[in-house]
Design a protein around this ligand. Structure first.
Ligand code: CA2
Length: 145
């Protein structure tokens, strides 16, 4: 049975590939979606990618994932470090959750070292560039079978 993996992205990630390439690289979210779809397809699964600049919309997308997704790959962007609401929503999701950060947040400012989402995530990938998303898809495919 084809299972769907939701890839959720937080604020400003719509600018991926368009600004600050020295930190976030040259690839866009559309490139991320294609790369992830290819990895998921190898295992007979599908992906859907979402991005929002609004915390409540991300919370609602996590609620929808309860019915629509077997797993979540999430880069909450700046909300990683601030959002108890996103943590609470993820706690109500039953499947695997992998947290992705494009940059190595631990090499950056101290305020990026804490993640609320890591309290729920089954795995965390940071500092692997946008390849981190495909690595996360590979991992959730192993977990969902
Ligand atoms: O490294 C990551 O993936 C982050 O989640 C990215 C967030 C940052 O607040 C986190 O600490 C680490 C920022 C996303 C901003 O995305 C942009 C992409 C291209 C150009 C400008 C911003």
């Amino acid at each position: 049975m084809v299972k769907t993996i939701h890839i959720l992205n937080g604020p400003n990630l719509n600018l991926l590939g368009k600004r600050e390439p020295e930190i976030y690289g040259h690839e866009t979210l559309a490139d991320v979606e294609s790369a992830c779809a290819a990895v998921a397809a190898e295992r007979g699964h599908a992906v859907r990618l979402f991005q929002s600049n609004h915390e409540g919309e991300i919370v609602e997308q996590i609620h929808r994932a309860r019915d629509e997704a077997a797993a979540i790959v999430i880069n909450p962007a700046a909300y990683t470090h601030t959002s108890v609401a996103i943590l609470d929503a993820l706690n109500a999701f039953e499947g695997p959750v992998i947290e992705v950060h494009i940059s190595n947040v631990h090499k950056r400012e101290a305020f990026r070292h804490h993640s609320y989402v890591s309290l729920r995530a089954d795995g965390v990938i940071a500092g692997c560039g946008v390849e981190g998303y495909a690595l996360a898809i590979r991992r959730v495919c192993s977990l969902i079978g």
